[in-house]
Write a protein that binds this ligand. Structure first.
Ligand code: F0G
Length: 472
């Protein structure tokens, strides 16, 4: 196997994750799969030649320089930990101003002691989801290589973020978006349309759209913004840096994250591997990746079919066998958590590496568990969309199994904003039986234990007062 050489003299380069290949590519090359073997690519750094801080505390100095856009961004203030781009090429819209919220009511629901459960609220990003962390990095790379037309397949949030980065920056980027038919929550579709993205509704689901966008990107030389783009994941590492920052640089016990295309979990694993390698942390947290029951490829492969990272050589027959059985039975992903309605996660291998590095595990949660957890996050936290609540439902399950201890410090990642999917939320709370059946009942959700139903009151002051104070 040829090992191209120039890249290895660069301080940052791309490298195939397959240990039997390890082909390297310069940062400036646009490739979303290894040209030699087709496997995933990583962005790799020669850390010993780069100016990396001796302690994570050094990043705090940047807080006083927040008029500098690179210090203001919650991604680029960690630039030294994703040093692939010159500062003048950075494309930023002020992403990553997110926070870690202690959430005691949610802790009680999960079964954690007070002060032991935290919600990392990535819905605070400009486009309302964690995707902005990755987009800023991928757009920066696109700018470095002079790309103009950028595309993604999406269950909604990637497309929303992509559309925002095109509309809110002035580098001439044009957005092309592939979505599955009827598979996207209204809040997200609204964003894509409002921000002027060229939107293609493919007559198929996300897995179909993902396959097509990769073909089209190759054929028409369009820059691909999905998480097979390794630069996206560099930006998403910073979610973990901010979690550590919020804990005064202490490492929590658990990170619990929803799993769809498995970009986040992959990025988090890479972040911790690198921080450990650099001596900036002395231990890594455990990682729990939570699938929806109707899109549980990772859970099936890892939990039942014992697929492991295996030093970079996972048994591909296991995955092929499972995909073959899905095709034979005509099974498509199906969950109310449309953001993670994915059966063929493109970052599967990298996620296996993350699970290996972080003593990780996988669970699946039902749509009922997701919607109940979501209502609890709304009642006791900053709110989230259904997919995000899978993390809280998963933490509850792991607590009930005794795997997470009640004293352990647990961080659930809330990946997307509550207003992304108002249809699911209103169907859960409104008490309208038809709406409930149409949106939720058809997916096996039969009750709304945490419903907060609006009260219908006559347009009459006395009746309103009686409703508010029935005993007075
Ligand atoms: N949560 C939300 C709100 C998402 O939008 C996604 C993915 C995930 C979780 C899963 O993250 O792929 O890193 O495992 N949404 C993608 C999209 C697929 O197209 O917006 P992952």
């Amino acid at each position: 196997m040829s090992k191209p050489s120039t890249a290895t003299t660069d301080l940052a380069y791309q490298q195939c994750i397959n240990p039997a290949c390890r082909a390297t590519l310069p940062v400036q090359q646009v490739a979303f799969a290894c040209p030699s073997c087709g496997d995933l690519l990583d962005v790799v750094y020669q850390w010993d030649k780069l100016p990396v801080p001796k302690s994570l505390r050094e990043f705090e100095a940047k807080w006083s320089r927040r008029l500098d856009p690179l210090c203001f961004s919650g991604v680029w203030r960690f630039h030294e930990l994703l040093p692939f781009a010159p500062p003048e090429k950075v494309v930023s819209i002020g992403e990553g101003q997110t926070l870690l919220q202690p959430a005691n009511k949610v802790a009680e629901y999960v079964g954690q002691k007070p002060g032991r459960l935290f919600l990392q609220y990535e819905g605070m990003n400009p486009s309302g989801s964690f995707k902005d962390n990755g987009m800023t990095a991928a757009f920066t790379h696109a700018r470095m290589v002079g790309a103009k037309r950028v595309a993604c397949a999406s269950t909604g949030n990637t497309s929303a973020a992509l559309a925002v980065y095109c509309s809110a920056t002035s580098h001439g980027f044009q957005a092309v978006i592939f979505i599955g038919s009827g598979k996207i929550a209204y809040g997200k579709l609204a964003q894509a349309l409002d921000h002027g993205a060229l939107t293609l509704q493919i007559l198929g689901d996300f897995d179909d759209a993902m396959a097509r966008v990769q073909q089209v990107a190759n054929r028409l030389n369009i820059y691909l913004m999905n998480s097979v783009n390794p630069f996206r994941l560099e930006g998403q590492k910073t979610v973990m840096f901010r979690v550590l920052e919020a804990f005064g640089w202490e490492v929590p016990d658990w990170i619990v994250v929803p799993g769809g295309n498995l970009g986040n979990s992959s990025a988090f694993g890479k972040a911790f591997l690198e921080l450990k390698h650099l001596g900036l942390i002395d231990r890594v947290p455990r990682l729990a990746v939570i699938n929806a029951a109707g899109a549980r490829t990772l859970d099936e492969l890892v939990g039942n079919r014992h697929l492991t990272w295996n030093d970079g050589l996972p048994d591909t027959q296991i995955t092929k066998g499972y995909y073959g059985s899905l095709d034979a039975a005509g099974v498509k992903a199906d969950t109310i958590a449309s953001a993670i309605e994915i059966n063929r996660p493109v970052n599967l291998k990298k996620c296996l590496r993350a699970l290996d590095a972080c003593n990780g595990l996988v669970r699946n949660v039902s749509d009922q568990e997701i919607m109940d957890a979501k209502a609890q996050v709304g009642a006791g936290g900053l709110g989230c969309e259904p997919a995000s609540a899978a993390s809280v439902a998963g933490a509850k399950k792991l607590r009930a199994e005794g795997i997470i201890g009640p004293d352990e410090r647990v961080v659930c990642i809330l990946t997307g904003h509550q207003l992304k999917d108002p249809t699911a939320t209103v169907a859960y709370h409104s008490g309208d039986p038809q709406q409930f059946e149409k949106v939720l009942g058809s997916r096996g959700i039969h009750h709304a234990e945490f419903r907060n139903m609006p009260l219908i009151v006559a347009n009459d002051i006395e009746e309103i007062v009686r409703t508010l104070e029935p005993n007075s």
